[in-house]
Design a protein around this ligand. Structure first.
Ligand code: BGC
Length: 738
């Protein structure tokens, strides 16, 4: 019955979508009117229920199996949806569900919401699909964002996001807690792999593509997370994430998830300045703001800015949150009800959030059509999608070092060793089937690991584990086998982890693994390191003695094939590091550091200066490229003007290859100390051997702005260098004349 009411208020919407030019605004108006009509009929508990979000385990029977389908507890479901009017549910219990499992689960939940509640408002289900739909069995799994960033291929990032959205729709899931748009400014951060790397420009270009890709069909909402400054910015970079968020907000992101941390001692969940003044005022965001996990409670219990839970709720609602990911109790709802009843929080503030939430449900079609549709399943797991994931894995693999040992020929005797060599969990990382990604039992069968992929190619392959990820193994056996081999491939790195369970005290690769590398290197057999890891673990003690190093990040289900294709030269590697690979655990300055950080460049005399293991943007190929003729269209870039920068790139080797042309600028002087260089543009091109291409970039004065102390973008006049490869040209931004 109530479904019919909703359908009635939204009928104009259906007819409006058929119209051409004014369709969008007509639709928006229809949604707004429908939502207003609905809000007018809602009681306070019904409204506060919409602002309450539960995790699935709060609705399931104890001991529910995670795999396939979690068993809903009818009493808990009734309490949540009918008595408490809960508006959204998230997550899985224990692990991924099959497509059937999702359809059954969502069908049951919507049946209660639609048929048994007074107004029949369907539930909005949210999930973390952060590298493909990682909580649906057999979904297409992509490399984690850090690997996607290494492709420097915006179109590929967009395509992966579109596929993810289509597979979410196939699963019946309309709300994605992605993309992660935190900038990876600290390499030890256990969520580093979820980021697009350390550079704000790259992350903002790719973040925009990911956001648009997720939302392109109109049936899935993206959530920018975690607003703001979660990526552990260094001092002086505090506003960088704001810059980043702006690009994705301009891309039309429908939701934002709040950072669980603090900025200058103020928890973001309690900050009216960040959540309302900046996010809504300055950035113009008008979607839904959802908290992160239990973060309103943590204002009281962890951050200690709220003496009671009730104060915590007041602070967060006054700051501007719309939905509380509680995630398993009704404290938020109870306290908020009291705060409204006693007049501390006006009903108008509640209505504001409820309107945004209902509008999101309407925009996604959840109010009209809440059930998963069988007709959406067809696209799931398509071969073409698998090929996109394979391409992404191939394009992500980054060849960091090669003395000519690579590519390998198929007639070699290979020793493969190392704890990651036979591991599917270390190929996929966290957020794969389970939150931590460590339950290999849930992985589909038939997915090759690195040993399998090398065996499919080389004449003679011996595999010995050599060591555990942290536990020492039989190093002497591995060394003895290395002596008998033509080449040793040591697959080292990190097993899967997610969030704080991946916290570290030392970024150095564990001793057990380094000892294995030492023992193999001591045999004198040519040795290639393959690194499967979510962040750049320090390999300085062995790097110089290796013959080759391949950085594979966490490339996903097709990662082993991609690695083997690069090792054997079937693919010419083209990945580029989207971050600075540190040489020492205490020297983790990013590429866009300040000039003072380069003092003491003489490594022999001082540990100061900037001496990373590998630089941002580094990545070798089996061919070579030469850059010439860096040209500027003018020697001045007036405000509101444009400057064309061109450079000629030639493939000087004997193989076809892809090259990412990176354009950096450097301001000579500025009021806020300028960085030594900043990425302002990139283009990835493909060149046949001997072929030449002139690549053009257009710089506008906005491209040269930086965020000043007052948080505003400024462009200061003065001289700038533009740098591509080792070429440098200089131009000037003239002062403004009054
Ligand atoms: C993470 C979020 C995630 C949420 C829901 C939190 O612990 O920080 O990124 O979206 O859980 O799973």
């Amino acid at each position: 019955m109530s479904r019919i009411i909703m359908a009635t208020v939204l009928t104009t919407l259906v007819s409006a979508t058929a119209a051409e030019a004014a369709a969008q605004s007509t639709r928006d108006r229809a949604i707004a009117e429908g939502v207003d009509a609905l809000v007018a009929r809602m009681t306070l508990p019904e409204k506060i229920g919409q602002m309450t979000q539960l995790t699935l385990s709060a609705l399931t029977a104890a001991g529910s199996p995670g795999h396939s389908t979690a068993r809903l507890d009818p009493h808990k479901l009734h309490e949540a949806l009918v008595v408490r009017h809960v508006g959204s549910v998230i997550n899985v219990v224990g692990g991924a569900l099959t497509l059937d499992g999702w359809h059954a689960l969502l069908g049951e939940i919507q049946d209660v919401a639609v048929k048994q509640t007074r107004l029949g408002i369907p539930v909005l289900y949210g999930i973390d699909a952060v590298h493909g739909v990682n909580y649906t069995v057999n979904a297409t799994i992509f490399p984690h964002n850090i690997g996607m960033a290494a492709t420097f291929n915006p179109a590929l990032v967009r395509r992966a996001a579109e596929i993810t959205a289509a597979e979410l729709t196939a699963s019946g899931l309309p709300w994605n807690f992605a993309p992660v748009l935190d900038v990876g400014r600290h390499t030890a951060w256990p969520r580093f792999y979820e980021t697009f790397g350390e550079d704000a420009y790259l992350a903002s270009r790719l973040g925009q593509e990911a956001t648009e890709g997720i939302q392109a069909s109109g049936r899935v909402a993206a959530t920018l997370k975690h607003y703001l400054a979660y990526g552990v910015p260094r001092s002086g970079r505090d506003r960088t994430p704001a810059e980043l968020t702006r690009a994705a907000i301009n891309a039309g992101a429908r939701a934002v998830m709040v950072n669980s941390g603090e900025i200058d001692g103020e928890p973001v969940h309690a900050s009216r300045y960040w959540l309302t003044d900046v996010l809504r005022g300055e950035l113009g965001f008008d979607g839904v703001v959802v908290t992160d996990w239990a973060d309103i409670t943590f204002l009281h219990t962890r951050h200690r800015v709220a003496p009671t839970m009730k104060d915590a709720v007041r602070l967060a609602v006054e700051a501007g949150i719309d939905i509380s990911m509680t995630p398993d109790n009704y404290d938020f709802a109870d306290h908020l009800t009291q705060l409204v009843q006693e007049g501390t929080i006006p009903v108008s503030r509640i209505d504001q959030s409820v309107r945004r939430i209902l509008r999101l449900k309407a925009q996604l079609g959840v109010l009209d059509s809440p059930y998963p549709r069988n007709s959406d399943r067809a696209f799931f797991g398509a071969q073409t999608s698998r090929e996109v994931a394979a391409q992404a894995a191939r394009e992500s693999i980054t060849l960091l070092k090669n003395d000519g040992t690579l590519p390998l020929t198929r007639d070699v005797r290979v020793l493969v060793t190392g704890p990651a060599a036979q591991s599917l969990t270390a190929l996929n990382g966290g957020w794969t089937y389970t939150w931590q990604g460590t339950d290999a039992g849930q992985f589909p069968s038939g997915v090759p690991n690195v040993v399998d992929a090398i065996r499919a190619r080389a004449a003679e392959v011996r595999y010995l584990p050599g060591s555990g990820f942290t536990e020492p193994g039989e190093v002497a056996l591995a060394a003895a086998a290395a002596k008998l081999a033509d080449v040793a491939v040591i697959v080292l790195g990190e097993d899967a982890y997610a969030e704080w369970l991946g916290d570290l005290n030392d970024l150095t690769l564990p001793d057990a693994q380094l000892r294995l590398a030492e023992a193999v290197l001591a045999t004198g057999t040519p040795t290639v390191l393959v690194l499967l890891q979510g962040r750049p673990r320090i390999v300085n003690s062995v790097a110089d003695r290796t013959n080759g190093i391949v950085m594979a990040y966490w490339p996903g289900m097709s990662g082993a094939e991609a690695i083997a294709q690069v090792l054997f030269g079937e693919t010419n590697p083209a990945g580029r590091l989207p971050f600075t690979y540190p040489r020492h655990p205490n020297a983790i300055a990013p590429y866009d550091h300040k000039f003072v950080e380069t003092l003491g460049q003489d490594l022999a005399r001082s540990p100061r200066g900037f001496h990373p293991q590998f630089e941002f943007g580094h990545g070798l190929s089996y061919t070579t490229f030469a850059y010439t003729d860096l040209r500027l269209s003018a020697n001045q870039l007036p405000r509101d003007g444009k400057l064309t920068v061109s450079v000629t790139v030639k493939n000087t080797g004997s193989r076809a290859g892809q090259e990412t042309v990176l354009l950096f600028t450097r301001q000579h002087y500025a009021a806020i100390t300028p960085q030594v260089r900043r990425l302002r543009g990139f283009q990835k091109i493909a060149l046949e051997p001997g072929a030449t291409r002139t690549v053009e970039f257009t710089l506008s004065s906005q491209d040269l702005e930086y965020i000043a102390a007052d948080g505003q973008s400024v462009l200061e006049p003065g001289k700038f260098d533009v740098m591509i490869g080792s070429l440098v040209a200089t131009f000037e931004v003239p002062p403004v004349r009054n």
